[in-house]
Unconditional design. Structure first.
Length: 131
């Protein structure tokens, strides 16, 4: 099952092929031309002194320019928020530095806050272990 959005396809340019014996059924859902926002390419990078650098690309699939807000949660606490101006079908990378100095597992959430037609790709969950 797929929504055939770019965010669900390989980002390295590979093209996947289905076996010839697979029957593909397409069902249109939603309204054509609706915009979508997705959180993509999230990276967690350890920095000195217990700091965690969180990077994520916010991708906008819409025609008109938009103002979008992205944020990062560490263990359910907001550690960063940034508003981005994007052109149609544009993307920008968010970067946040967070304190993750406790030697324990942490929960990282990166999300785009604007509601859209397909909310499932607006949030990414990642585990992080600080030691």
């Amino acid at each position: 099952v797929t929504d055939l959005q770019r965010s669900g396809l390989p980002s390295d340019g590979r093209q996947e092929q289905l076996s010839e014996d697979i029957v593909l059924h397409l069902y249109p859902v939603g309204n054509e031309g609706e915009s979508n926002v997705s959180v993509e390419d999230v990276a967690l990078l350890r920095r000195p002194e217990g700091k965690l650098l969180v990077r994520a690309r916010i991708q906008y699939y819409g025609e008109a320019p938009a103002q979008l807000t992205g944020r990062v949660l560490l263990d359910d606490e907001e550690v960063g928020r940034q508003t981005l101006s994007l052109s149609g079908h544009g993307s920008r990378t968010l970067s946040f530095l967070a304190d993750a100095d406790t030697a324990a597992p942490h929960r990282v959430v990166v999300e785009a806050l604007e509601p859209d037609a397909f909310m499932a790709d607006n949030r990414r969950y990642l585990p992080y272990w600080s030691w």
